[in-house]
Every structure is written in structure tokens, then in C-alpha cells.
Design a protein around this ligand. Structure first.
Ligand code: MC0
Length: 154
């Protein structure tokens, strides 16, 4: 039975904005250069996340505001990486969309009550130490939906 989302009242400040969309790329430097030369966007943050098997770059306009969505370029660290598997199966391209929340535990509980499957029992470490989880693409209209609670979010 599909969940009745309309019957549920959740605080609207719980899910703040579109945090980023994630794009699987084979060559991180080449992808960063594309957004720089095509749009004048800059690489605001780069890090390696061993657990997720990725090296990522967050690109966006120079004068980025706090709730502006960014593009997250995701390159695989090794062949076992979910990004390597994604590129093997589908080729480079849009891999995920991420929503920012102020309380990932409360949001996770709410989603589970709706019968929405999250990939991890507990949040894992994401960009800049954020707490992250993912909604299975089968429960989000064919989109891998990431949830992130950044460190600065109280
Ligand atoms: C798989 N499917 C997708 C998909 N990946 N649909 C939309 N978007 C995607 N990215 C679909 C497949 O087409 C298939 O549908 C079904 O889901 C099962 O796919 P599968 O090939 O059997 O499963 P896997 O082994 O590819 O796993 C998919 C899964 C995996 C989503 C579970 O990618 C995963 O664990 N992702 C979460 C972690 C992740 O993505 N990390 C990298 C970003 P059919 O219809 O054919 O059955 S790290 C990150 O984002 C961090 C750094 C951050 O932002 O802080």
C-alpha cells in the first residue's frame, strides 16, 4: 500500500532546502574544470570519503548563499565504489539528489513510520562531517534521495 503523505503534518523547518545534486564522474578534475570554464563556478570544498568510496568536489557560484543548492561531483576511489558500479551500469551522470534537514533522526523516524526504506539503520558520515542517510530509489520515484544534516545545523 502506498503511504499517505498528505495525512502527515511535519514541521516545515525540518527539511530546509535542496542541498545538492550528485553527479557521477570518471575524472574529477576534468568535471570541476567543465563547471569553471562553462559557468564560472568554483570548487568550494573537496574531500575524500573512504567509507563511501568517493572523492567529491562541491561546485557552485562564487557568491554562494547558505541555502543555495550545489553540484556534488563524485568520482570513484576504487572499483568497489558505488560510483564505479553506477558508471559501469549507467555511465556518468545524475546519481542522486540531496535534501538538507535540521534533524536527520526525526526525519528518519518520520519516513520509517511512512514505510519509506532508508539504506542505513543509523546515519553515516558525509560531506564536512554531516550526518547522512539515503532513501532507497524504489521508494522515491526512481531517484536515489540523500538526506543530510550538516554539522553547523543545530
Ligand atoms: C541504483 N538504482 C538507482 C540508483 N542506483 N536508481 C536511481 N539512482 C541511482 N543512483 C536502481 C537500479 O537501477 C535498480 O533498479 C535498483 O535501484 C537496485 O540497483 P542495484 O544495481 O541492484 O543496486 P546497487 O548495488 O547499485 O545499489 C544501489 C544503492 C547504492 C542505491 C543501494 O548505490 C547505495 O548504497 N547508494 C548509497 C551510497 C552512495 O550512493 N554513495 C555515493 C555518494 P531496477 O529497476 O533495475 O531493479 S557519497 C555521498 O553522497 C556523500 C559523500 C555525501 O553527499 O555526503
Amino acid at each position: 500500500m502506498s503511504p499517505d503523505f498528505h495525512a502527515i503534518d511535519i514541521p516545515h523547518e525540518l527539511v530546509v532546502c535542496l542541498d545538492h545534486v550528485g553527479i557521477a564522474v570518471a575524472d574529477l578534475d576534468a568535471a570541476v574544470e567543465f563547471y569553471r570554464s562553462a559557468f564560472g563556478w568554483v570548487n568550494h570544498h573537496q574531500e575524500t570519503n573512504e567509507e563511501q568510496g568517493v572523492v567529491e568536489a562541491m561546485v557552485g557560484p562564487k557568491g554562494l548563499k547558505e541555502t543555495d543548492g550545489m553540484i556534488q561531483l563524485l568520482a570513484p576511489l576504487n572499483e568497489e565504489s558505488t560510483i564505479a558500479k553506477f558508471i559501469d551500469k549507467k555511465g556518468p551522470g545524475l546519481q542522486q539528489m540531496c535534501l538538507r534537514t535540521t534533524d536527520i533522526e526525526a526525519l528518519s523516524e518520520h519516513l520509517r513510520q511512512q514505510g519509506v526504506r532508508l539504506l542505513y539503520p543509523e546515519p553515516k558520515k558525509g560531506t564536512g562531517g554531516a550526518k547522512i542517510n539515503f532513501v532507497h530509489p524504489k521508494d522515491a520515484g526512481g531517484v536515489l534521495l540523500e538526506l543530510t544534516e550538516p554539522v553547523s545545523s543545530e
